[in-house]
Design a protein around this ligand. Structure first.
Ligand code: NAD
Length: 248
């Protein structure tokens, strides 16, 4: 199996895209750390991976907390002895609001998870990779990291930041055997998307060519490839996975 004995940490792995990625990597032979704020869902994902014959462990983290980001890496290394790769995927969506309607707390809530959380986790992972001789990171951005989206000012700014940070890390660590990439999904059928009011789901669905959101597995497959040795010369890239939505 392509990830036999590799160790990966995935934030936001209790649901949606992160859950699919955890299951995909475990099915390919990896030892997986499921990191999430939501313990019940995280433990459920670990149990489902074990039932399918895989190896996984859960750790409760709030990616917006510096100590939790450090503790995540410590947990991975103390549990499985090493860290080969990470997916910084935990994220929260924003209610549809124009910029003048947005209060500062709402702005901060999105940014603390979607951008600061990626920075804090990446920083801890990069320190570990520098010590261990290398590794690879995939950050979950969004199509909204490359263009505007109606009513998504805070989210759009945070996801543009994730793509900028990905490019920056890629050039800073390319000679340290560390690759850093991002995925930019279009619409994906996850609990985050389904949490939007029906009319907002319909508005965003209408923007998606073909009229269907991606299944989480369609994003997880690309994440797995970016983590794999098949992508050994790919770094600083943002892989748009949106069935040509951005071309519309
Ligand atoms: N669903 C989409 O259409 C879509 C599109 C583009 C990008 N994304 C991005 O994909 C990523 C995953 O989203 P999803 O749709 O699978 O959402 P989801 O809500 O199904 O899963 C997100 C997971 O992150 C966890 N989480 C949230 N805040 C956290 C925190 N502070 N610390 C730790 N865990 C936390 C949640 O508990 C949840 O398990 C997010 O970064 C999101 O912005 C989603």
């Amino acid at each position: 199996m392509r990830f036999s004995d590799r160790v990966f940490a995935i934030t936001g792995a209790g649901s949606g895209i992160g859950e699919s990625a955890a299951k995909k990597l475990a099915a390919d032979g990896a030892h997986v750390v499921v990191a999430d704020f939501d313990a019940a869902n995280g433990e459920r994902v670990v149990a489902e991976i074990a039932d399918a014959g895989g190896t996984a462990a859960f750790v409760k983290v709030n990616v917006a907390e510096e100590a939790d980001a450090v503790a995540l890496v410590d947990f991975v290394v103390s549990t499985f002895g090493r860290l080969d790769g990470a997916i910084n995927n935990a994220g929260v969506g924003q209610p549809v609001q124009r910029i003048h309607e947005m209060d500062t707390a709402a702005w901060d809530r999105i940014h603390s998870v979607d951008l600061r959380g990626v920075f804090l986790c990446m920083r801890a992972q990069l320190k570990q990779f520098l010590d261990s001789g290398g590794g690879t990171i995939v950050n979950t951005a969004s199509g909204a990291g490359l263009k505007a989206a109606p009513g998504q000012g805070s989210y759009v700014a945070a996801k543009h930041g994730v793509i900028g940070l990905t490019k920056q890390a890629a050039i800073e660590y390319v000679t340290d055997n560390i690759r850093v990439n991002a995925v930019a999904p279009g619409l994906v059928a996850t609990p985050q998307f389904r949490s939007y009011p029906k009319e907002d789901q319909e508005m965003y669905s209408a923007m998606q060519p073909g009229g269907r959101p991606a299944e989480p597995e369609e994003i997880a497959n690309a994440m797995a490839w970016l983590l794999s040795d098949e992508a050994s010369f790919v770094s600083g890239e943002t892989l748009l996975i949106d069935a040509a939505q951005a071309q519309k």
